[in-house]
Design a protein around this ligand. Sequence first.
Ligand code: URA
Length: 300
Amino acid sequence: MREIGDLVESASRTMGHWAAMNTARPDDETTTASGDGWSEDMELAPVHPGDREPEGDDDRQGERLQKVLARAGVGSRRVCEDMIEAGRISVNGAVVQVQGMRVDPRADKIAVDGVRIELRDDRVTYALNKPPGVITAMSDDRNRACVGDMVGDLAPGLVHVGRLDQDTEGLLLLTNDGELAHRLAHPSYEVRKTYLAQVSGSVPRDMAKRLRSGIQLEDGPVKVDSFRVVDTHAGQSVVEVVLHEGRKHIVRRLLAEVGLPVSRLTRTAVGPIELQRMRSGSIRKLSRQELGTLQELVGL
Ligand code: URA
């Protein structure tokens, strides 16, 4: 049977649109969406003399859209103007084709080719591939290895989004955006978390149906969004479980309840953000597009 680590990537590939959107390797510092005029590298593009605005041009009513887009790395201001003209930019859901519109990057929702992007520079989110044995805490008074040690001083005010058990490995998001953290973790926002679990025992054919219709645990019922067997060999199986629950040990308890005790558990995705090929212990910063997509998902 293939190991969970080998299966993480192939499971990720089946998860659709995000994989198609992001062509960069997951452990790159930033990822880019496909399509022209769409790279954070373009921040370095030479500024056309005509792109410059007079000093003091910005006032309390906001900043020019093309300037905000250029600062976010969408392209030079000239490229951004072309994108506006081509109808590729929307502000708060409406396509803008006039030049010079003023926007507030802290409040307005701006999308490029329908993909929302985070325009603020002060909000950051990281993906960590948490190794087993590390506790989900920013510090620990008992000196146990914790995720706080792994992120160091990457950014002030980082909090972990939900928790993984000490023994569970895989994708853990860390952000300095408290509301985003709350919404991603809270079951009412229904953000799906995907896990690969190595279990002992054979998996009955009706298992997906049973898990989808709900299992009673001691602290209440739990339902999965989806369940499938990824691999089986010699009395061991790797199964994929998707659910939007945040209760403690929920996947381990759920699978144990249906006779499938878990020997290894890896979280492979949180909503559209996937672990893919991140090495254990590695960290990457989410791109502005990934952040925008997460915000959109939870209504921010
Ligand atoms: N479910 C578990 O059992 N453990 C985790 O760490 C996350 C979900």
